[in-house]
Design a protein around this ligand. Structure first.
Ligand code: COA
Length: 257
């Protein structure tokens, strides 16, 4: 794996860090390939529960598409890159693990779109968040036009998408773009990850699947999906352990089985 994305192993938690601070962690080929590899590796590690996704350096979570690399690409290469970018984001969105974006500094364009694929978002107070693409002659092409309206509603999303305006962390919190604002974004993301690690792994995985896949379905189908996810949990040892621990008035010891 190249140095463009770093994995820090903290047992049940990983940190996946975009590592191109000199380009404000912009999304070029090396970073995107690194993200694909990180998501694939994460999915295969049974004991891993939650991932804190963050950026190196003190200036940016991610400044969006690598506009320097983009200058050297022809139209076909741009199309191929956008396809790769979307694949890498989708891998994170559909990951069996919980991804928590820890946002500081610039979180713009593809940076915000990347964070929208995480399950939760924590922003440092200094964060500057937005989708400036229309001011650059393009549009948010890594899911932003689709995921942001689903997250915060059509009117609020259109305001950000059609004006390209940049907002503060506090404004992002008020709009529902981020879950929390904190002085130390990474510490806050780790605290959330620790909470996830207390829960039963298969429950968390299936609950994420139910929420994500049910989101777009008619209610009857969505409820059937929820039942199917519940059915996966019924035979697990962890469900029995949860009941036993409750009866014995102790914390459960979940094994992901
Ligand atoms: N792609 C490639 N390089 C980028 C980049 C991007 N998206 N954003 C910043 N950089 C590079 C700059 O070109 C600069 O390189 P240089 O030192 O070789 O000149 C370096 O990162 C530092 O950028 P600078 O603007 O000096 O840093 P800053 O901390 O003052 O500001 C940003 C950071 C992110 C606010 C600012 O760079 C910016 O607005 N970038 C564009 C963001 C954007 O529009 N993204 C949407 C893309 S669709």
């Amino acid at each position: 794996m190249s140095n463009a994305v770093l994995i820090e192993d903290h047992g049940p938690k990983w940190v996946v860090r975009l590592n191109m601070p000199e380009r404000r962690n912009a999304l070029g080929r090396a970073v995107v390939t690194g993200l694909i590899e990180a998501a694939e590796r994460a999915a295969a590690v049974k004991t891993l529960r939650a991932i804190v996704l963050c950026g190196a350096g003190d200036k940016a979570f991610c400044a969006g598409a690598d506009l320097k690399e983009r200058q050297g690409l022809n139209q076909d290469e741009v199309r191929a890159f956008v396809t790769l970018l979307n694949q890498s984001f989708r891998n994170i969105e559909t990951s069996p693990k919980v991804w928590i974006a820890a946002i500081h500094g610039a979180c713009l364009g593809g940076g915000l779109e990347l964070s929208l694929c995480a399950d939760l978002r924590v922003a440092q107070r200094d964060a500057v968040i937005g989708l400036p693409e229309v001011r650059l002659g393009i549009l948010p092409g890594a899911g932003g036009t689709q995921r942001l309206p689903r997250l915060i509603g059509m009117a609020r999303a259109k305001e950000l998408i059609l004006t390209g305006t940049r907002i503060t962390a506090a404004e992002a919190l008020a709009l529902g773009v981020v879950n929390r604002v904190a002085d130390d974004h990474e510490a806050a993301a780790h605290a959330l990850a620790d909470e996830v690690c207390l829960a039963a792994p298969i429950s968390v995985r299936e609950a994420k699947r139910a929420v994500n896949q049910g989101w777009e379905l008619p209610l009857e189908e969505a409820l059937a999906l929820e039942r199917a996810c519940y059915d996966v949990i019924i035979p697990t040892q962890d469900r029995l352990e949860g009941l036993k621990a409750f009866a014995e008035k102790r914390a459960p010891q979940f094994k992901g089985e």
